[in-house]
Design a protein around this ligand. Sequence first.
Ligand code: AP5
Ligand code: ZN
Length: 214
Amino acid sequence: KRLILIGPPGSGKGTQSPIIKEEYCLCHLATGDMLRAAVAAKTPLGVKAKEAMEKGELVSDDLVVGIIDEAIKRPSCQKGFILDGFPRTVVQAEKVLDDMLAKQGTKIDKVLNFAIDDAILEERITGRWIHPSTGRTYHSKFAPPKVPGLDDVTGEPLIQRKDDTAAVLKSRLEAFHRQTEPVIDYYSKKGAVVNLHAEKPPKEVTTEVQKTLL
Ligand code: AP5
Ligand code: ZN
């Protein structure tokens, strides 16, 4: 299966991805995670991406294209993949991804649209805690770790993302509505979009995803 997960910040893409990945043996390609790793490692890509990310703006298309092109060709991704956070502009969808897949003789099977009201997202974003090395995600209220501030599996400290503030969320939402919503229209015209009720509790969202992928 070749899936795209699309939705605003905090809509649950990163929460559902590991579950879908395990169940269907897919690889999980999250451009946000890859970019954060590049920023942390201070690679040339990370140095270029840092400022836009901290402001909650999209990184330029050409920076993202390089990482996704390399990732999609990995042997582990040949059986299928989950794209989380990509494509985020119509250029990324039409000119980059669809071209890349056409060359491989494949195409996207489904686009899961994590539909949710903006008003719910601030609480989700400001309460999020992450285990940096695995990307495991918690929420202080909705999915608390067993010991506050520590990862359930490793006991290592959890961190908050630098862009997870109410102020930066505003720019991220603006970027979503202006640049990413048109991507949903683009795939709707191809009949590939399935709308999820992303405001429901995580388990119910998982059930919706599973029904979609039957
Ligand atoms: P990225 O990392 O992709 O961030 P995002 O799109 O803003 O999405 P989030 O990771 O914030 O949300 P999520 O849907 O994964 O939420 P989660 O499941 O964790 O991108 C970051 C930046 O990188 C961008 O701003 C941009 O600068 C750059 N970038 C990345 N890709 C790019 C691209 N293709 N082009 C250009 N620039 C790019 O859930 C959030 C919280 O809510 C968690 O605490 C979770 O526990 C909780 N939660 C989840 N589901 C539920 C539920 N159903 N009920 C209650 N709580 C829930
Ligand atoms: Zn995410």
